[in-house]
Design a protein around this ligand. Structure first.
Ligand SMILES: Nc1ncnc2c1ncn2[C@@H]1O[C@H](COP(=O)(O)OP(=O)(O)OP(=O)(O)O)[C@@H](O)[C@H]1O
Ligand SMILES: [Mg+2]
Length: 301
């Protein structure tokens, strides 16, 4: 997809401190003080949520010299679906991956700023990423079931996290998770068959069941429907709405219709900046920032 270079659009140049050389830890902060976010790139709208589960403040992400996320502050609220939209390469996946420290696995990736889950800094040295990734689960663009049975795909997490004390309890967790993911009726008679033998839409629901099985607080979804047909997509969208009763969901999507259907709040990213955040209905009917308006009206992206 095309995105118009920011400079070309706004006549602005990159901020001091982010363009040249390998940034050292702390340098982004110095750069921020010396050169506060230019007005046009400051987030429009209220990025806080009255019942926040996750609070991100001034998050910056670098891949080596590349400054991919600039001073992004955003809450994820309890029982909300928040959609993250924006042109390809604007940093949606990068930001989403910060929320469960998935970027830790990428060489040369550095995250600074503060991200709290229930008030606890997830980047604190004392935070163990294994339980963190159970509390903040992730569903990817391409369904990625383990090469194991349907049952084992769901049972694996509860087993390694010690969430079931007996086989009967584990069976119960597997069944409940598959029910919540809307897959139980379709698979209950073939739990011992490979997860990879399911259809794409079923595999994605299996991955959702796998995420749910460890009782997460937040589920991150990165374009979860982009490999699915419209019927399977509709099924996942219904599911997202049901899941909101128990979880918070942050979903990256390229489909504005999908964002409008499933989310209560929408965050619009552009070249690493969070440009605007607000109630989904307001973002789509009455965007306040010109870049948001250009994107949702299809002028670029
Ligand atoms: N592993 C990586 N190493 C280096 N640069 C990366 C890496 N991953 C992403 N980037 C860069 O960071 C920026 C943001 O990428 P990201 O994948 O987060 O965008 P995105 O909004 O998710 O795009 P898309 O809609 O295409 O998935 C891009 O410029 C990209 O090239
Ligand atoms: Mg992406």
């Amino acid at each position: 997809m095309n995105s118009i270079p920011y400079e070309a659009e706004t006549g602005m140049v990159e901020r001091e401190g982010m363009a040249a050389g390998a940034a050292q830890p702390g340098e982004a902060e110095a750069g921020r003080d010396a050169s506060p976010k230019a007005e046009d790139r400051r987030t429009v709208g209220d990025y806080t949520h009255p019942s926040a589960v996750m609070e991100c403040r001034e998050v910056n992400v670098h891949y080596g010299d590349k400054h991919a996320i600039h001073d992004v502050s955003l809450d994820v609220g309890a029982n909300e679906v928040i959609a993250m939209i924006g042109p390809s390469g604007c940093g949606k996946s990068t930001f989403l991956r910060c929320l469960n420290r998935m970027n830790d696995t990428i060489d040369g990736c550095r995250v600074s700023g503060s991200i709290r889950l229930d008030g606890q800094d997830i980047y604190d040295r004392k935070t163990d990423v294994v339980p963190l990734r159970a509390r903040v689960g992730m569903v990817f663009q391409k369904p990625n079931p383990f090469p194991k049975s349907i049952y084992e795909n769901v049972a694996y997490g509860p087993r390694i996290h010690g969430l079931a004390r007996s086989k009967a309890e584990l069976d119960e967790v597997v069944q409940t998770s598959l029910e919540k993911a809307g897959l139980w009726a379709e698979v209950k008679d073939r739990l011992d068959q490979p997860g990879t033998g399911l259809s794409g839409g079923q595999q994605q629901r299996l991955c959702i069941a796998r995420a749910i099985a460890v009782s997460p607080e937040v589920i991150l979804m990165d374009e979860p429907c982009s490999a699915l047909d419209p019927i399977a997509t509709a099924r996942i969208e219904e599911l997202i709405d049901e899941l909101r009763g128990n979880y918070s969901i942050a979903i990256v999507t390229h489909s504005m219709q999908q964002a409008a259907r499933v989310s209560q709040r929408t965050a619009y990213f552009h070249l690493g900046d969070l440009i605007e955040v607000g109630e989904t209905a307001d973002i789509f009917t009455n965007p306040r920032h010109r870049l948001t308006e250009d994107y949702i009206t299809g002028r670029f992206g």
